[in-house]
Design a protein around this ligand. Structure first.
Ligand code: ZN
Length: 109
């Protein structure tokens, strides 16, 4: 017999604040999300990556939640997913930490 209310993990991360944000997103969409592991992270505050927080949703809402989180990740990663910048002068691709083009030394815009 299947259990539609069984919880499955749809997302894991190290940041309890972000985990709460994700939970809020899911709750707003009517998905009863829960967090686990949050307290452990708090106990080690200041020491990141000691523990992970998991976002749990009922298995019946898993696909829906995963779709939402993909959209969330795409949004969140947009500024940093492609952090390289293209030189306006020569079109060369430069890493985000460079302030001038490594190829022609034109300043980043
Ligand atoms: Zn250049």
């Amino acid at each position: 017999m299947s259990e539609p209310s069984r919880l499955v993990c749809v997302y894991r991360l190290q940041d309890p604040i972000e985990a709460n944000l994700i939970r809020g997103l899911l709750l707003n969409a009517g998905i009863p999300a829960q967090l686990t592991g949050e307290g452990l992270v708090g106990a080690y505050s200041g020491v990141p990556k000691v523990c992970e927080v998991r976002v749990l949703v009922p298995v019946a809402r898993q696909a829906e939640a995963e779709r939402m989180l993909q959209g969330y990740e795409a949004d969140r990663n947009r500024p940093s997913a492609d952090p390289d910048w293209c030189c306006a002068q020569c079109g060369e691709r430069n890493g985000p930490r460079f302030e001038v083009c490594w190829n022609c030394e034109r300043a980043r815009e």
